[in-house]
Design a binder for this molecule. Structure first.
Ligand code: HEM
Length: 490
């Protein structure tokens, strides 16, 4: 009975083992590949068991839309209570809160991304992009790997606009923030206890305190997974409290101004912004750059657009220009469709059940999405489905050009930042950062293939993201659109 909930609700999937469900097959296969295999074999509404926990995988855009716009489905389920890392401080992060606490905190954090705050942050973004530009050495013969440069830039951006930190990440490989984040991202998630926890949720009340104790012991012994990042965050809070900066436009100040968050909560959510923004934004930049290198005709259109829009200002850019870049916008959207950096994070669970009919391979099928079950959107699958998109593996920004409209299925499916009330809080910030980097880069350089540019970029599927495996190689060839311009101000 333990492993029959999916079957009883008309949701097909691989046969589970009575004790560990499909956990071991799941762990053997990279998660996006596992999801694609299931959708291919069992259809767009299918499921499996992570240990004893049922997971419903959805690749049916209209059902996904129904769930994402249903007010009963606001919870973001965690595979393990409090997340994979059992540090109790993490319970204060936006993604780990119950619905009512989440609503309160999201209301506070959303303020950090108002148009006014973003405009304030854009000055910092422009300054840090200038540091990035100074690291690009134009040379027709030398190939560079853009990805690590984007990783450094992204850390610098989030450090400044999140914590208010002035770091030297882009110029100093030994920068302490960089080391702290590397430490944070290198932590292991596949522990024996975690597997036991997933297989036997019935004994969670015994296992969870053991996991928490072990985590604390690791910290006491000096090899805690992310203590450095937390320490840096705590120092930033203390420093800001000692030297108030009422006009600061960063996330830290928004949290302090709310007057409703304790120190742990402020630090926890600053750390969350590193976790949620670092890999996604840097991988997004890398995938777009890769596609620009591989498709010089698209790059040329984007460069022509930059020339047209900025010619009146001699190459200088301000916030009002950002909205005008329609060709660049289409090129970015199509890149995020093909390579959504955040792959398996769009999850919901609801307090009521949804009954649904849907068709698959000419059959009319029925299913029930039960209450309190982890529903995961098969994002990569819906963005790359040949039933939804024509030639989905072809990079074709025309799909998103003004004047072309997506059909209803495509508009429900196109959600690299998620959808509904729980969609990505950093979407507008990411959009601003992507354009504020790509415009100066492409107005100074033509990016061309090198011998190291991969024909098909190899990727790694991580817990919730996909990132380039080897990097993104190409040659920046100096070809300035604005010979006189010096800096792209905002
Ligand atoms: C290209 C860059 C990015 C992509 C593709 C991306 C994608 C996503 C996706 C798919 C979700 C899940 C949404 C849902 O469940 O409907 C999400 C959530 C989230 N993202 Fe992003 N993200 C990006 C950048 C950022 C940045 C820069 C930040 C922080 C500054 C950020 C912070 C968050 C947070 C905090 C959540 C959880 C929101 C909640 O549960 O209320 N993301 N992101």
């Amino acid at each position: 009975f333990r492993m029959s909930i999916l079957q009883r609700h008309g949701i097909p999937g691989p046969k589970p083992n009575l004790w560990w469900g499909n956990l071991f097959e799941y762990l053997k296969t990279p998660n996006v590949e596992w999801d694609s295999q299931l959708v291919e074999k069992y259809g767009p509404v299918c499921g499996y068991y992570m240990g004893a926990k049922p997971v419903i995988l959805l690749a049916e855009p209209s059902l996904i839309h129904t769930i994402q716009t249903n007010h009963d489905f606001l919870d973001r389920p965690r595979r393990v209570p409090g997340g994979i890392n059992p540090d109790p401080k993490r319970a204060k992060m936006l993604g780990n809160l119950g619905v009512s606490d989440w609503k309160n905190l999201r209301g506070i954090l959303d303020k950090a991304f108002s148009p006014q705050k973003l405009k304030g942050m854009s000055h910092h973004v422009a300054a840090l992009v200038n540091v990035f530009m100074s690291r690009i050495a134009p040379n027709d013969d030398v190939s560079i790997n853009f990805y690590p440069l984007y990783q450094d830039l992204t850390l610098d951006l989030i450090g400044k606009t999140g914590f208010g930190l002035d770091s030297d990440i882009q110029m100093n490989p030994n920068d302490e923030l960089k080391k702290a984040v590397d430490q944070e991202f290198s932590k292991s998630t596949g522990t024996f206890l975690l597997k036991l926890f997933l297989c036997f949720p019935e004994i969670q009340c015994v296992l969870q305190p053991i996991r928490v104790l072990l985590e604390k012991a690791k910290h006491w012994m000096g090899f805690g997974g992310h203590s450095e990042l937390w320490n840096l965050g705590r120092n930033a809070v203390l420093q800001r409290k000692n030297q108030p900066q009422a006009d600061a436009t960063d996330l830290l100040q928004v949290m302090l101004d709310s007057g409703r968050l304790d120190e742990t909560s402020i630090v926890a959510n600053s750390v969350l912004f590193f976790e949620a923004g670092f890999e996604t934004l840097s991988a997004g930049l890398a995938f777009i750059t890769y596609l620009m290198i591989k498709h010089p005709e698209v790059q040329e259109d984007v460069r022509n657009e930059i020339r047209d829009i900025l010619k009146g200002s001699g190459g200088k850019m301000d916030c009002f220009h950002l909205k005008q870049f329609r060709i660049l916008d289409a090129a970015i959207q199509e890149a995020l469709r093909m390579f959504p950096p955040q792959t398996t994070f769009i999850g919901r669970s609801g307090s009521s059940a949804i009954h649904r009919e849907y068709s698959w391979k000419g059959q009319q099928l029925k299913c029930i999405i039960p209450a309190n079950v982890h529903v995961q959107v098969g994002l990569y699958q819906i963005l790359n489905s040949d039933e939804i998109w024509e030639s989905p593996r072809r990079y074709n920004p025309d799909r998103f050009q003004p004047g072309t409209t997506l059909n209803q299925e495509q508009s429900f499916a196109f959600q690299p930042f998620g959808n509904g009330k729980r969609m990505c809080i950093g979407k507008k910030y990411a959009d601003m950062a992507l354009k504020m980097l790509l415009v100066p880069l492409l107005s100074k350089y033509k990016l061309v293939r090198s011998d190291e540019t991969e024909d098909d970029i190899s990727v790694i599927y991580k817990t919730a993201t996909m990132t380039p495996k080897k990097g993104v190689f190409g040659k920046p060839v100096a070809d300035p659109l604005f010979p006189e311009e010096e800096l792209h101000d905002v």
